[in-house]
Design a protein around this ligand. Structure first.
Ligand SMILES: [Zn+2]
Length: 251
């Protein structure tokens, strides 16, 4: 009886101290952080959801984390909000605090999929510094030529009235510029105009190139995926790119 109780107490202690696992303790099991890199419109979000299910790793998007903390009115959330309200960029330190807090949850013990972080080499270094030796990082780079992205994004149309989305080439309306559902006029969102898309891609390349090089230099950390292929094929390629993990790291 006492032995049994003692056993439960010991187990409880292990479970409690086991929290915060993946990140900062040294005696933990191997974990893998998959970092998603790629330009806007490359399909990272869509594939992240599927990967998360397939690999049973939580998908952590920094954008979602911001919103969640603001919604729950946490101290971090209040801080983020004050920067956003002033139209300022949220400082790295705050992003890191929020992210590391999330990564200490028990569901991240085996690792996680990071979407929207790191964006800079400094952030990547901060992440490296935080992780234990048993945690490895795989950066998955979604490659799509700019010309393909521009066609994808600038071809988008949306109904002015019911907001139904169309695409000039991939999902055209029955009648040009008229909504199939409500007969409303189809328009191109301002963000989707070619000059704006080109500018966004330019900023992306400038920002991300050093990051891609950073991971390329790290031992066996960078994986490339050709993301202009059909979705199913891209997903197969992703699993293939990560498959070496299963044998090496028991992902
Ligand atoms: Zn409509």
């Amino acid at each position: 009886m006492f032995q049994k109780m003692f056993g439960w107490i010991v187990m409880g202690c292990i479970l409690l101290t086991g929290q915060g696992v993946a990140m900062s303790q040294s005696n933990q099991k191997a974990a893998t952080i998959v970092v998603l890199l790629g330009p806007p419109g490359a399909g990272k979000g869509t594939h992240a959801t599927a990967m998360s299910e397939h690999l049973s790793l939580p998908h952590i998007s920094t954008g979602d984390l911001f919103r969640e903390n603001i919604r729950n009115n946490t101290v971090l959330g209040q801080n983020v909000k004050s920067f956003m309200n002033q139209g300022k960029l949220v400082p790295d330190e705050l992003v890191l605090d929020m992210l590391f807090q999330r990564m200490e949850a028990p569901d991240c013990a085996r690792g996680c999929i990071l979407d929207g972080f790191p964006r800079t080499v400094a952030q990547a270094q901060a992440l490296d510094a935080k992780l234990s030796k048993n945690t490895r990082i795989i950066a998955l780079n979604f490659n799509v030529p700019d010309s393909v992205l521009i066609e994808r994004i600038t071809g988008r149309l949306v109904c002015k009235d019911c907001k139904k989305p169309f695409h000039k080439r991939f999902d055209p309306p029955r009648q040009a510029n008229v909504c199939d559902t409500c007969g409303g006029t189809l328009v191109t969102r301002e963000d989707d105009q070619e000059s704006i898309v080109r500018k966004r891609l330019e900023v992306y390349h400038e920002e991300s190139q050093p990051l891609i090089e950073y991971y390329a230099k790290k031992n066996d950390s960078l994986r490339e995926v050709d993301s202009q292929n059909p979705k199913e094929q891209v997903f197969r390629d992703i699993l293939l790119a990560l498959s070496t993990l299963k044998t090496k790291e028991s992902l």
